[in-house]
Design a protein around this ligand. Structure first.
Ligand SMILES: CC(C)(COP(=O)(O)OP(=O)(O)OC[C@H]1O[C@@H](n2cnc3c(N)ncnc32)[C@H](O)[C@@H]1OP(=O)(O)O)[C@@H](O)C(=O)NCCC(=O)NCCS
Length: 223
């Protein structure tokens, strides 16, 4: 009989770093995040999403956290089979600067990371820290055996963020249909998608991060 406790399901998580804080998306974040992604080709050309048409679209997306009720979580599934999406708050800017999230519903047995930042906040190390916090949550708290991220070959910034966090490129990965950038940039000359992976067995938790963490596990699974 398998006596291993089921992987935890998150009811809430707030992770604070030195540069950013990750908080569950809230509808009130939509007003600040909408102009950072609406019709921002520099951002959406690298995503599998074209961005919202209206601020209300984001408000709707942000109104449920996680994406479904933890009570409906599938017992035993990684992360409860739920997706956890966060607003990245810039501590110096004092406002939402981007989005990041962990999907457990993308690849079985794997935590799949996604992220974007408003262009005016690029280059300050904010996304690197956000990915570090998210990876810590997935591997240390949610017990994922590995974390993966997919990105376009031309997305050098994203590759650098992953490499700085210890992710290794999976050279055996052969995407069937590249999706990143396909919505906004259908004529992309280099649509090749790369896969980066970080396994828990080789993971070195970052020194001093998170600075603080407030995490609540869904009570239904704590007994
Ligand atoms: C990818 C992205 C999230 C990075 O955000 P960021 O806050 O600028 O990231 P950081 O500042 O933490 O780190 C970026 C790193 O990439 C490097 N970089 C950025 N553009 C680069 C380029 N064209 N060539 C080489 N390196 C590049 C930066 O120099 C930095 O590395 P360094 O710290 O060693 O100098 C941001 O560019 C973005 O939102 N892009 C559009 C959406 C996206 O690509 N999402 C990911 C989809 S897989």
């Amino acid at each position: 009989m398998d006596t291993k406790p089921p992987p935890p399901v998150l009811e809430f998580a707030r992770l604070t770093g030195r540069l950013v804080e990750l908080r569950p998306h809230a509808p009130s974040d939509a007003a600040a995040l909408f102009p950072l992604v609406h019709k921002q080709a520099a951002v959406t050309d690298m995503l599998i999403w074209n961005g919202p048409d209206a601020s209300e679209d984001l408000e709707r997306l942000f109104s449920a956290w996680p994406s479904k009720d933890p009570a409906l979580a599938e017992p035993g599934a990684l992360g409860g089979g739920l997706d956890y999406f966060f607003t990245i708050h810039g501590l110096a800017a004092g406002q939402p600067v981007g989005h990041c999230g962990i999907r457990f519903t993308e690849t079985p047995g794997m935590a799949n990371l996604g992220y974007w930042m408003g262009e005016r906040f690029w280059g300050g190390g904010l996304c690197t820290e956000a990915v570090s916090l998210l990876t810590w949550l997935a591997l240390e708290t949610l017990q994922a055996p590995a974390v993966e991220a997919l990105c376009l070959a031309r997305n050098l910034g994203s590759q650098r963020v992953l490499e700085k966090n210890g992710f290794i490129r999976d050279t055996s990965f052969e995407p069937e249909t590249p999706r990143h950038g396909s919505a906004s940039a259908p004529d992309d000359a280099n649509p090749c998608e790369l896969r980066y992976v970080l396994a828990r067995s080789t993971y070195q938790p970052p020194e001093g991060l998170p600075v603080s963490a407030e995490i609540r596990i869904a009570p239904s699974l704590m007994s």
